[in-house]
Design a protein around this ligand. Structure first.
Ligand code: C5P
Length: 244
């Protein structure tokens, strides 16, 4: 694990793994973590993740597991063996699934003599609104459901949640200072909104209580990705997460 604790997690959302790896080659593990999602994992499998870990990057494996407890536990154990730094599951998988995932991650890491990866939960997908929740029979509104699921994840021993930076303030209040809040939907001032409906600047996300910022296209599609990342890191250099 790198000694640095960079706050930016670069989302490597590329159709071709070679492009992701080409960008990885230019990045510095002290300046950012990397996120690998379903698209790249389905195309390229675990090998690129191994390369990233070997290069010293913290890797967030964003596969959002949601299945019966035994299956999710086995998948989390396998991800832990890959050496990832962070992985996630759906809180809606229920308490038994969350506890099985937590236990599998802890046990596998201990067997290998490694630090335990952060296990975080997805609460309510930001693509869902109150009507969508009602249609699948989930009590809403979305903000209440996100709080409920975050507290369930915390009670099951998970380390944090993925949430929008708007949700970060109430979730920090509900879950306390040690709970990790990982926020996508980040756009530095002046960059394109793309398909994100609700966006917030990196500085505002940290001010709202985010621990880590998932940032994709503002870095990966920038004319100079390294300069874009450096500018974001510089804007955060003297900021403390708030509230503490
Ligand atoms: O390119 P951009 O910065 O929008 O990428 C954001 C990343 O965060 C993508 O990988 C996207 O799938 C992910 N994400 C998100 N909103 C969520 C959860 C994850 O944008 N609610």
């Amino acid at each position: 694990m790198p000694a640095a604790d960079p706050r930016v997690i670069v989302a490597l959302d590329f159709a071709h793994p070679a492009r992701a790896l080409a960008l990885m080659d230019r990045l510095d593990p002290a300046q950012c973590a990397l996120k690998v999602g379903k698209e790249m994992f389905v195309v390229a499998g675990p090998e690129p993740v191994r390369w990233m870990v070997e290069r010293g990057f913290r890797v967030f494996l964003d596969l959002k597991f949601h299945d019966i407890p035994n299956t999710v536990a086995q998948a989390c154990a396998a991800a832990t063996r890959l050496g990832v730094w962070m992985l996630n599951v759906h809180a809606a998988g229920g308490q038994a699934m969350l506890e099985a995932a937590r236990q599998a991650v802890a046990q596998t890491a201990a067997e290998r003599g490694r630090p335990r990866p952060w296990l975080i939960a997805v609460t309510v997908l930001t693509s869902l609104d109150d009507a969508d929740l009602a249609a699948v029979g989930m009590a809403g509104p979305t903000a209440a459901a996100a709080r409920r699921l975050a507290l369930l994840a915390q009670a099951a021993g998970l380390d944090g949640v993925v949430c929008s930076a708007q949700e970060a303030v109430p979730l920090r209040a509900a879950c306390g200072a040690a709970f990790k809040l990982v926020t996508p939907g980040i756009r530095p001032r002046g960059s394109a909104r793309d398909d994100q409906a609700r966006i917030i600047t990196p500085e505002a996300a940290i001010a709202n209580g985010a621990d880590y910022l998932v940032i994709g296209r503002p870095i990966t599609q920038a004319p100079d990705p390294l300069a874009a990342l450096a500018a974001i890191n510089a804007s955060l250099a003297n900021l403390q997460r708030n509230p503490q």
